[in-house]
Design a protein around this ligand. Structure first.
Ligand SMILES: Nc1nc2c(ncn2[C@@H]2O[C@H](COP(=O)(O)OP(=O)(O)OP(=O)(O)O)[C@@H](O)[C@H]2O)c(=O)[nH]1
Ligand SMILES: [Mg+2]
Ligand SMILES: [Zn+2]
Length: 357
């Protein structure tokens, strides 16, 4: 048997094993009276090339799941059509606000709010994205989202990033339960995406990051960050991973300087400027340092390229009925994504190479 050329080998973002990509064997998901299942898709009888392309785009390739640790899983057929996929994951303790942040971020990205930077996004995995879109819709209707279930191995959403001056790239997002970084299950599957991610967003909220400001006077520790960092440390390229460190729920600190300044800034339409990322990082660093938020600062310092951000996914706290009665008003949620895409080399602008330095 001959080994297939390297170009047909891909690393599965879910089980992290390398396998030979074979897109002559396509699958689709059918749901009928006997339930939902995967079936082989036969496109050979379609001779209209446009229609064939359309049908192919809806198909999936089965990962051989060589390590047999994961449940059976399938990847969208476009996964290998556009160069190396970019895997972005969120790391943070339970209830820190990861899911609300990802939902508001993807909502704005799909709405086209990064088009001034030449970045346009489209969902390209109907199955996964429709589930995530329901979460987005709930949030936009003013409903609080549920905590993420434990030990979910799957990708949260999958998009194609079509950049105006650059190549199209698949973007994979992982958002798992915060507990998974602390207790990763008997086989260690929980939160293992960090071993294969291209870029990471470390997220914390004021109650965890700056407990002293909440009157608690405790020293901040972050077991989710420590758990993820320990695993990332096994990667040879660990220090080169682009990292955005994000203090979310900053609406809770909207009267605190310098958070008040940054949370109100609306600069997404301005040309990319590494100095702006640096200025925000410097101010947030000083704020965190003043309040002894060591875990966030440790992450920021550990990686060669990193940025610090303040964001608010919802603009306000949910009320006792688990709703946001005045709707949600996200603030600066696309800045960490823009920083990561710039650091990952996906933003065509001379300043992109300077972001995070
Ligand atoms: N004030 C405020 N509250 C927020 C914000 N984002 C999330 N929350 C609240 O924080 C809580 C936790 O948010 P999640 O997004 O579910 O947190 P998570 O990190 O995904 O939690 P796990 O899935 O358990 O790991 C919810 O009650 C949200 O309503 C924000 O920007 N501002
Ligand atoms: Mg969550
Ligand atoms: Zn796999």
């Amino acid at each position: 048997m001959t080994t297939p050329p390297e170009s047909t080998r891909v690393q599965c973002p879910i089980c992290l094993e390398l396998f030979s990509w074979c897109d002559d064997e396509l699958y689709r998901r059918v749901v009928d009276s006997s339930g939902a299942r995967w079936v082989r898709a036969d496109l050979s009888h379609i001779n209209n090339p446009v229609k064939k392309q359309d049908r192919r785009a809806r198909c999936y390739v089965r990962c051989p799941n060589t390590s047999k640790e994961n449940k059976e899983h399938y990847l969208p057929v476009s996964y290998r059509d556009h160069g190396t996929p970019v895997v972005i994951g969120l790391v943070g303790r339970s209830r820190s606000g990861k899911t609300h942040l990802l939902a508001s971020m993807i909502h704005e990205a799909l709405r086209g709010d990064l088009r001034h930077h030449g970045l346009v996004f489209e969902p390209a995995d109907e199955l996964r994205h429709s589930a995530f879109q329901r979460e987005i819709d709930q949030l936009m209707l003013g409903n609080k989202l549920e905590a993420t279930e434990f030990l979910n191995e799957d990708v949260t959403t999958y998009l194609l990033l079509r950049s105006n001056n650059g190549p199209t790239r698949p973007l994979v997002f992982f958002d798992v339960a915060g507990e998974d970084f602390v207790t990763s299950g008997p086989q260690g599957l929980g939160g293992q995406f960090v071993l294969g991610a291209t870029a990471l967003m470390f997220v914390d909220h004021p109650a965890g990051a700056v407990p002293a400001l909440h009157g608690a006077g405790r020293v901040s520790t972050n077991p989710a960050f420590s758990g993820a960092l320990e695993r990332i440390g096994r990667r040879e390229d660990a220090r080169d991973l682009p990292v955005a460190v994000v203090l979310t729920k900053a609406d809770e600190l909207r009267y605190e300087a310098p958070i008040d300044h940054w949370i109100r800034r609306d600069d997404l339409r301005e040309p990319l400027d590494a100095a702006q990322f640096r200025a925000e990082s410097r101010d947030v660093y000083a704020f965190l340092d003043q309040h002894e938020a060591r875990p966030m600062l440790d992450v920021f310092e550990r990686f060669h390229r990193s940025t610090l951000h303040v964001v608010s996914a919802t603009g306000a706290e949910a009320d006792d009925n688990n709703t946001f009665p005045r709707g949600v008003r996200p603030a600066r949620v696309l800045r960490p994504l823009l920083a990561l895409l710039a650091m990952a080399g996906l933003v065509a602008h001379p300043q992109a190479a300077e972001v995070g330095r």
